[in-house]
Design a protein around this ligand. Sequence first.
Ligand code: ADP
Ligand code: MG
Length: 322
Amino acid sequence: MTQPPSDAHEFDLIERIRRRVHSRDDVVLGIGDDAALLKVPAGQLLVVAMDTLNAGVHFPDDTAAADVGWKSLAVNLSDLAAMGAEPAWCTLSLSLPDGDTRWVDGFLDGFLELAHAHGVALVGGDTTRGPLSISVTVHGFVAPGRALRRDAARVDDDVWVSGTPGDAAGALVQWRERTVRDAFLRSRLDRPTPRLTLGAALADVANACIDVSDGLLADLAHVCRASKVGARIELDRLPASDALRVAFDEAHRQTLQATGGDDYELCFTASPDLRDEIERIALGTGTPVTRIGRIEAGEGARAFDARGRLWQPGRAGYQHFA
Ligand code: ADP
Ligand code: MG
């Protein structure tokens, strides 16, 4: 039987959190009342996203508390990045097996490091006893008509991806197989970089955008379905980190890159006329981007090898409880 936390314990944890958060001018009332009061800028749309991390499902059990904190916010900020939105506030629901204050302090180290880096204020949440699980909601803004939606890809658009997809999935394979564990790959799994500046800069330029959480082909297929188009990507164009190249042979690496999840890179489509503009944005935001394919009439996202043959992944992306 799980017990509800004692009031004193719950309030002690909440107080530990409240003491460490930064506020913002648009927070009228943050942690401490029944609800937060927040000012949405006039003329802006409120953008809201939520993601949950469960121990053993969304992160390995040996993940450091600070990395769990970072990742629980990063995956949410990544959703705002994929909308071209600017984050402002977040709320945090913590389900904890016990009142381990050291774990909570470590969690906050990572969570608040990322929150402060992006000027995001933690304005409320909930603290309960149960299996280790973290739900975060982020709130942000985007101007009407500027959001990067999944349903806006057009035939003949280029398909682009940021960063080096496959790193997080590579780390997971190494963790499961208990062989060599590359620290860089593991850092990509534990501390994904939400591509917020890139997403905001693309809002005027890209047509459709999605963040890659379930795997490049699987997530691109969501764009295709919403936009009623097809996509082809060229496997040999997928940008790979040196660490991934060293750790896996080409076939395994390409499978990780095309189908592995958890990278939180942006996959977006844009008119071929805008290639120079996109390269400028990549330089300006310090975010590498690579053109990996194109949008065509039809349906589904498919990958082709260097000789132009259709490539068959073992499985497209990671589905929880599949
Ligand atoms: P209530 O019983 O009214 O829901 P709670 O005791 O759950 O209030 O929370 C008290 C205050 O602490 C609220 O402002 C709530 O938003 C905040 N809070 C609770 N848990 C967290 C958390 N994990 N992170 C941030 N704020 C929290
Ligand atoms: Mg509550």
